[in-house]
Ligand binder design. Structure first.
Ligand SMILES: [Zn+2]
Length: 92
């Protein structure tokens, strides 16, 4: 069992998410308005995206590409059930 570095409470495994809202653009919106006589509310798409970690490796990617190589890792974490402290870590 993992222990909280702040208070020593029990840590529970979890993942970090961000909710992305994308308003959908529909060409038939005006047609709907005429038919129903009311404003048809735009349908918003929401989805959960995982947060990832990106870091420079320090290696050059090669003579053709400029810039440094990057590593992208998925992130997960632990939350203390006592004080709410969140500890994040990234793994490939
Ligand atoms: Zn704690």
């Amino acid at each position: 069992m993992a222990e909280c570095p702040k208070c020593g409470g029990e840590m529970r495994e979890g993942e970090v998410f961000v909710t992305v809202t994308t308003p959908s653009v529909q060409s038939s919106t005006f047609g709907m308005m005429d038919m129903l006589g009311t404003v048809f509310p735009g349908v918003e798409m929401t989805r959960d995206e995982k947060i990832r970690w990106r870091e420079k490796t320090g290696r050059k990617t090669g003579p053709l590409k400029k810039g440094e190589d990057e590593r992208i890792m998925k992130t997960s974490g632990r939350r203390c059930m006592k004080c709410g402290y969140i500890e994040l870590y990234a793994q490939e």
